[in-house]
Structures are given as structure tokens and as C-alpha cells.
Ligand binder design. Structure first.
Ligand SMILES: NC(=O)c1ccc[n+]([C@@H]2O[C@H](COP(=O)([O-])OP(=O)(O)OC[C@H]3O[C@@H](n4cnc5c(N)ncnc54)[C@H](OP(=O)(O)O)[C@@H]3O)[C@@H](O)[C@H]2O)c1
Length: 266
């Protein structure tokens, strides 16, 4: 059952991964609600800051830190201070293509540390604050990849399986409170994600992709509505369902065709 639906966000909002892609569009959308924003990423956030301000944000602060580390998450918590967070968008994440045993372990580990450890750590800190006030909303960017054993993007898909399940379970743990947890599950989206993950020489990298504006708006709307989860896009809904019901080895084989590099080995 959906929790209380609201028309707009108010107050102080934190968005991670707001330097580009879906997070930048979430910042722009939150700006339209006139909130105060803390935008977080590991590089220059001036584009996200300008977009949120132009959209109408009351105030925009930025924080550059590495959310793959405890120190980075603690910097975000310190920047929040005693301010009540009305909404957290835990969106920062990264992919990594190629066969698992060909990947550099430190790069693979950074994907796990960012997508799983850093995300859960930040939600733990901010979620406790929300539970104590008995109000707040958390939108986490999972992925339809979490429904698929992801050959040739294995670590990434596995992190998103964690995130998708984690969000639905956390929403259930908090169902008797006024804290909303929503999981946004996009499919392939036209951001810097594929280039940064080394996936351009794959069917995944060359596939048709969704507009990050639409994806961000779908997630934002679901969070305002108090929904537990939203798969953005009709065909992605179909793929998520098939990912759940087809035999795992069949899905892994389909993912192999999607994510295996076309040239130059694995
Ligand atoms: N694009 C897709 O097809 C797709 C599909 C499903 C789900 N998603 C998810 O959507 C979310 C946003 O990705 P996107 O597609 O918008 O890609 P993007 O344009 O590459 O944006 C990723 C954002 O996450 C930030 N980030 C990554 N690692 C970080 C770290 N260790 N510390 C701090 N910030 C970090 C990046 O900041 P820096 O630039 O500072 O690194 C950037 O702001 C991710 O969680 C991704 O897994 C994407």
C-alpha cells in the first residue's frame, strides 16, 4: 500500500551523484520545488548547481567527496549537520564492463564500495534521523540490472540486486512510520554511465536509451506518491519481469549478448 502522497518537496534535500545524468536531472526537478539543496559528487558540481538554481532552488550547496569511502560518507553527514533532511536521493553509482576476472580488482571494489557500502552507509545515517522525526523520503537509484545475473557487467548488476532488495525491505521495515523509501529502477539511460563503465563497444552501449529527464521525473513522482518502487519505461517493466521469471542461466546468456565487448576479447 502507498504511503501518504504529497504534491511537492519542501525544506532541505540531499542528492548524491548530482554532477551528471539522472542525478543532475533530479537536482533540476527538486529545484522546481524551491527547496534548499546539498548536491554531492566526486567531481565538479557546477552544472548541477546552475541547473537547480535556474529551476528555482532556494539555496544550493555543493560537496565534492568520494562516496566509496567511509570518510566521504562522513563528510556528507557532517555537511548535513543537525538540519532535518526532508528527502535524500541516494543516486550516486557507477558501472564496470568486461569479464569479472579481467577487471582490475580495485576498480571492481570501488563499484561495490560506491553502489552498496557507501549507499547503505548514507541511508543508515540519514534514515535514523528521519525515523527519529517520523518523516522524510528516500529515493534510491537501483536498476532493472538488479533483476539479471549480469555476465560481463557482473559486479554492477550484483550491486543493483542488493540495492533493489534492500530498498523494498527497508520500505517494509519502515511501513509503520511516515518515512517513505522508494526504489527507482531505470533501464539503459542516456548518460555518461556507459562511457565511464567501458561499455561503448557492446550492444548495451549502442542500444537505444531513455532520456534521463524522463527517468528522473518518474522516480521523483513515485517518491512524492509514496510508492515503494518504480521501473521507468514500459519495455523495462517487461524486462524486469522476464528477468525474474526466466531461468537464471538463460538470463545470464541474454546479458552476455548485451554486455560482452564486440571486439578485443572479453
Ligand atoms: N545510465 C543507465 O543506463 C542507468 C541505468 C540504471 C541505473 N542507473 C543508475 O543511475 C545512477 C546515476 O547514474 P547515471 O546514469 O546518471 O550516470 P552518470 O552520469 O555517470 O552519473 C553518476 C553520478 O554518480 C556519481 N558518483 C559515482 N561514483 C561516485 C563516488 N564514488 N563518489 C561520489 N559520487 C560518485 C558521479 O559523480 P562523479 O562524476 O563525481 O564521479 C555522477 O554524479 C547510478 O546509480 C547508476 O547505477 C543508470
Amino acid at each position: 500500500m502507498s504511503k501518504r502522497s504529497i504534491d511537492a518537496l519542501e525544506g532541505f534535500v540531499v542528492i548524491t551523484g548530482a554532477s551528471s545524468g539522472i542525478g543532475l536531472e533530479l537536482a533540476r526537478r527538486a529545484g522546481e520545488d524551491g527547496v534548499s539543496l546539498l548536491l554531492v559528487a566526486d567531481r565538479d558540481l557546477s552544472e548541477g548547481e546552475a541547473a537547480a538554481k535556474a529551476a528555482g532552488a532556494k539555496e544550493v550547496e555543493t560537496l565534492v567527496c568520494n562516496l566509496a569511502t567511509d570518510a566521504g560518507v562522513e563528510q556528507v553527514v557532517a555537511a548535513i549537520g543537525s538540519r532535518p533532511v526532508s528527502a535524500l536521493f541516494a543516486n550516486a553509482g557507477q558501472g564496470l564492463g568486461h569479464a569479472f576476472l579481467e577487471q582490475d580488482w580495485e576498480e571492481a571494489r570501488k563499484v561495490i564500495d560506491t553502489n552498496v557500502v557507501g549507499t547503505a552507509h548514507l541511508i543508515h545515517a540519514v534514515g535514523r534521523q528521519m525515523r527519529a522525526r517520523d518523516e522524510g523520503r528516500i529515493l534510491v537509484t537501483g536498476s532493472i540490472a538488479g533483476h539479471m545475473p549480469g555476465s560481463f557487467q557482473l559486479v554492477y548488476n550484483s550491486t543493483k540486486a542488493f540495492i533493489n532488495n534492500f530498498c523494498i525491505g527497508l520500505a517494509n521495515e519502515l511501513k509503520e512510520t511516515n518515512v517513505v523509501v522508494t526504489c527507482l529502477e531505470p533501464g539503459p539511460t542516456d548518460t555518461e554511465f556507459f562511457e565511464r563503465a567501458g561499455l561503448m563497444d557492446t550492444n548495451a552501449g549502442q542500444s537505444d536509451k531513455a532520456d534521463p529527464v524522463k527517468v528522473a521525473h518518474d522516480g521523483y513522482k513515485a517518491m512524492l506518491a509514496g510508492d515503494d518502487d518504480i521501473v521507468s519505461g514500459f519495455m523495462n517493466k517487461v524486462q524486469a519481469v522476464f528477468g525474474d521469471i526466466l531461468p537464471n542461466d538463460m538470463v545470464a546468456q541474454m546479458h552476455r549478448k548485451f554486455a560482452k565487448p564486440k571486439h578485443g576479447g572479453s
